[in-house]
Design a protein around this ligand. Structure first.
Ligand SMILES: [Zn+2]
Length: 286
């Protein structure tokens, strides 16, 4: 089983990324074969030639159903981008899928829902396709041979097909240029926010200042208490040592006293013994 979870900060920020590998019909993790990371040379754009609805999940499931009906074991793309700009991660990037005949080991396949022989991708699709492709081309160290916008190709560049539509590349207003440069069709009234991570980090610290200060206060209090306990322990230790020394002194004094008494007693007993011996000798003579 191959599982390659992806975290793409800009898509997470825009809430435009769904890991749908478990939910979609078919085997997203094994079908139809693994390939080495360094084999991957292209990110390929497709169009689905299906009609977008207001229910983007059902649009994704419908594409899976078409692939099921072809007798495949899983959906043929790695990603599907619905009209609302949601990026659905449907086939693990470590596996080959089925979207460019004979070249599946070389590609990561992205399908945009819609028919671009008749219309254009939505603005949200352009923005999300840019964010996803930029990530795959430049921010995935595990895929060593993707590193240039030139490696973003339309299906028709690798195979004789109309996919992904009339205005892919080499025309005045090309889908490729819009994806590469992140230019939606409708001029944006508000520019897309550029995420300043440093600013967010400090913002978060500012926001959590109360909590952080509280914790710092608690840590300081605990540190104070700890040093107080250490002082008490040190005092106790000194006290104990003094007591031990004092006791040692008593023992020594007692020892000395006992010694002297014994010596004195023994001396007295000896004298008494000599005296008694003298008395008995005297009696024997008489
Ligand atoms: Zn295609």
């Amino acid at each position: 089983m191959s599982s390659t979870p992806l975290y793409i900060p800009v898509l997470e920020e825009r809430k435009k990324f769904k890991d749908y590998r478990q939910g979609i019909w078919g085997d997203s993790f094994n079908w139809y074969a693994e390939r080495a990371w360094d084999q991957i040379k292209h990110v390929v754009i497709h169009h689905s030639v299906t009609n977008p609805t207001s229910d983007s999940k059902s649009d994704v499931d419908y594409i899976a159903l078409l692939h099921k009906n072809r007798g495949w074991g899983g959906v043929g793309y790695h990603f599907i981008i619905t009209a609302d700009g949601m990026v659905w991660y449907v086939g693990d990037v470590s596996t080959m899928r089925a979207n460019v005949a004979d070249k599946n080991h070389l590609v990561i396949g992205i399908c945009l829902v819609g028919d671009f022989t008749k219309g254009n991708p939505t603005d949200d699709q352009i923005l999300s396709a840019h964010d996803l492709c930029k990530y795959l081309l430049f921010d995935t160290p595990s895929i060593p041979n993707l590193k240039d916008w030139g490696q973003l190709v339309g299906h028709k560049e690798l195979q004789a097909t109309q996919c992904p539509g009339t205005y892919w590349k080499g025309v005045g207003d090309s889908v490729y240029e819009r994806i590469k440069n992140r230019i939606p069709y409708t001029p944006q009234t508000q520019p897309e926010p550029i995420i300043d991570w440093e600013k967010r980090y400090y913002g978060l610290i500012e926001e959590k200042k109360g909590e952080i200060d509280g914790l710092t206060g608690q840590i300081n209090t605990l540190t104070d208490e700890l040093s107080k306990i250490q002082v008490v322990l040190a005092d106790e230790s000194l006290g104990c040592q003094a007591k031990i020394e004092k006791l040692g002194g008593f023992v020594k004094e007692e020892e000395n006293e006992i010694d002297e008494d014994i010596v004195e007693a023994v001396g007295t007993l000896k004298k008494l013994l000599e005296f008694l011996k003298g008395v008995f000798k005297h009696d024997e003579k008489n």
